[in-house]
Design a protein around this ligand. Sequence first.
Ligand SMILES: *Cc1c(COP(=O)(O)O)cnc(C)c1O
Length: 410
Amino acid sequence: MLHPRVAPMTALASESIGEEHLAHTYSPLNVVVESGQGAWVTDVAGRRYLDCLAAYSAVNFGHGHPKLIAAAKAQLDRITLTSRAFRNDQLGPFAAALAALAGKDMVIPMNTGAEAVETGIKVARAWGYRAKGVAPGRARIIVADGNFHGRTTTIISFSDDPVATADFGPFTPGFVRVPYGNSAAVEAAIDENTVAVLLEPIQGEAGVIVPPADYLPAVREITTRHRVLFIADEIQSGLGRTGATFQCDNVQVIPDVYLLGKALGGGIVPVSAVVGDRDILGVLNPGEHGSTFGGNPLAAAVGVAVVELLASGEMQERARMLGAHLEARLSRLVGKGIVAVRTAGLWAGIDVDPALAPGRQVCERLMERGVLAKDTHGSTIRLAPPIVIEVEHLDFAVDQLEAVLAELRG
Ligand SMILES: *Cc1c(COP(=O)(O)O)cnc(C)c1O
């Protein structure tokens, strides 16, 4: 049955005016979104879709969250950008609130996730030379196979995705890649020049890959013993998505450094941050790192409101509750067109039987049924709806997936 809130398909949205002027760095689904509220978006033809991607978890709290919009609007009327050459009255409170949320001392505000990762790399190297005593120019950082940390030149230097790297070299040295989920491989890769281990607590782009439960605790123990920083890239896994403030919380691990982004900007402005203690972030001196927009008052005002939303624990609890429901429903589809499902809170990686259809085709059929989702790596579909989604709408999304699979199975 078609959900009553979804208008029937008439014609394909083709309001693509001007798009021939866009470089071909994406191949979006053919839906032209005009507005959104909560978990729903509306296209230019007035059709409604359930947003089951939430901008890769940047819209964890839903489109147009009233508290976040109010914070942004109020700040728009005050001041939006000062640069860090001057102080502004929003940044200090944002840093204090975010540090408290993470249980750390200090924050370096940036804009995009990739910038937070780049900043974390610079911090780790400077800490290695200045605090650990690594020989100049020798610092090494251990990363994982299948990682995704962003798109800048240094970050793709340690990617093993040929699409992300081909023809973009030469690459930045100083990284060692080991298999994900194997703590012995991390320990074996550590030498006297190792300054950090940089990991996604769950690999999002790789297809919501959840490592064994003892992996992150073992990496924590190993990095502590070898005096190596543990940097957790929680840009996608953090801020409520997995039913906790950080995925590290779910496995009782406290990393040295959190990299945050995506939902930190409430889906309104790009806000990212590196969060850690004074003995680590304090190694940087004025002039050594910066960003024209990083820590701007508009971003900080939205960031404060995001931290307030998370401070009550309500969003985390909701993601946990809805996630348990999603997991129960999806697990019943295994063997019916789905070969495997991995979930963490309100986040699912669904491996569609490759013999049935490519992930992209499943997403196209879902779109026709009023559900927007994104495929990754061929046959995996990622579901990450806004945490504010109602349970009956989550059911609607799974119903549509079930119907698409039934269609494809004939
Ligand atoms: C999205 C993402 C990034 C990069 O963030 P951008 O804002 O796109 O630069 C880095 N790490 C992880 C784990 C991500 O999911």
